[in-house]
Every structure is written in structure tokens, then in C-alpha cells.
Design a protein around this ligand. Sequence first.
Ligand SMILES: [Cu+2]
Length: 308
Amino acid sequence: MSGLAAVAASGLAWPAAALGAQPRPWEMGYQAAGSPVMDQVESFHGLLLVIITAISVFVLALLLYVMVRFREGRNPTPSKTSHNTMIEVLWTVVPIMILVVIAIPSFKLLYFADRTADAGLTIKAVGHQWYWSYEYPDSGNFTFDSRVVCRTADECTQAAKGGVTPLRLLDTDQRIVVPVNTNVRLLVTAVDVIHSWAIPAFGVKLDGVPGRLNETWFKAEREGVYYGQCSELCGVDHGFMPITVEAVSKEKFDAWVKMAQEKFDKVETPAGEPAKGAADKEKKADAGTTGGKTAETTNAVELAGRAQ
Ligand SMILES: [Cu+2]
């Protein structure tokens, strides 16, 4: 594939997510972190795991000791003691100290994940029943829809391109493309019901609430494809509105933006009135005319899926 063709295909084809992150069968831990927030989520998780394990082992040991040492056979006349100042102070102060130890990194992480001061790019994600649309307000203000490619193993096999089969329920017909190692400000909203934009490897899970604009950020630390799904029950096709982010080099991203500015529609609706534009889009989508080729093929896939 020539360089230019590779650029044109970015966000469209489905090569394996070599360096990105995707769920794997029987995975027990997290997907490999791909953003600084997720790095911190992981280390916070590590701290909590140590604390809760220590507490559980300590309580279990106490229980076992009491069951053996103070059983009726060994301790026929129980003590009538009802107060012990020392131990009461201890079981008040020690848990407070544990909570403080947890609270400090917890609040640090909350504020760290909340927003970034220096964003190199802004993306707005809009949840719809049942797909996501995206806007790039500071890259030419274009917008596109992103729909699930295949719902069943058969559909995925049929949708294979160049010997690569798209991931079931995870790949989209149009990926979000971002430059690698760049802070991306992510704005999330919705037009109908509450959705939630989530990419596990970025440590991002943010509700899209109609009439509100929520903010968070991520920085893809390596090139590749990152997968996520809508994470708020939003209706019958909740499980069929995946999120796919492709992180590419800055040069590739600039070339993609140029292509995207020509290919995709401009955002027409003024800020603060997402519902109207979305309603028009829905009508167009029903007629099978939105967004040219990709929307048509996906609509066909969607209809096939519904018919089952
Ligand atoms: Cu949803």
C-alpha cells in the first residue's frame, strides 16, 4: 500500500490493533494502558488491591482466632467486658487513616482525569440511538457518523477486507483519528438519551447527557487502534454502538484531516442546538442517504441485523 493510500484508508480499514488495545478472551486484568490517565488508574488500583487484601486477611485471621480460641468447649465462661478504651480508639483511628491514604491519590486522580490545560485537539462525541457521531471543531469543524461494522461472526467474515476481519461489535465504519502523543480534549454529549463514551485503555468513561457538555481528555501514547463501547444502557441497540480510536503519526493525522475536510459534512447546527441537526440526520439516515457509501453499506448491515 502506498503512503497516500495508507493515509486515505486511515480510519476506514481494519488492520489488527497491533500496538493499540483491545479486549481479549479470558482477560483477567486491564487492557494495556494507552493514556496517562489509565497509567494512574492502574497504579491506584494496585494500591487499593494491597489495602483491601491486607484488610480481608486481617479480618479473616481475627474471625478464625475468635472461633477457635473462644469456642464454648475452650472458653465455657465468657468474659462480661463491654468496653476497652484502647481498642475503641484504635478501631476508629486506624480506618480513618486508611481512608485518608485512599482519599489523597483518589482525589488527585479525579482532578487529573477531569481536564487538560493544553489540548492540541478537540473532539466532540455525540451519542445517538444507536451510533456515535463526531465533530472536529478546531480542525475544520467537520462531522461524521461512526457505526458498528458487524454484529455476528458471519457478518464480520463478510465484511473482511484485505484478509483482515473486523472485530465483532467493536469495529466501526469510520474511526476517530487522533495524532499520537497529543492531548485530546474530549467533549461528550447526546441528543436523545444518556450514552457513555468509554475506552478502557484510555481510562475514559464519560456520560453523554442530552443538553449538557461533559469534558475529559486522553493522550494516545502509541500508534494503533483502541476499542471501546457505549457504557450506559441506552436502548435496544445499546450493545451495537462501539467506539474506535485510531492513533497515527502527526503527519498522517494532518493528511487525514485534509481528506476529512473534503469528504465529510461541515457542522451546520449552532452550538447548543444539537437536537435539531440530529433529527434531520436521523431522517436522512432512514432514507439511506447520509454520508455516502459508508452509511449505505452500514445501513444495510444494520437492517440485516434487525431482521434477525
Ligand atoms: Cu448508547
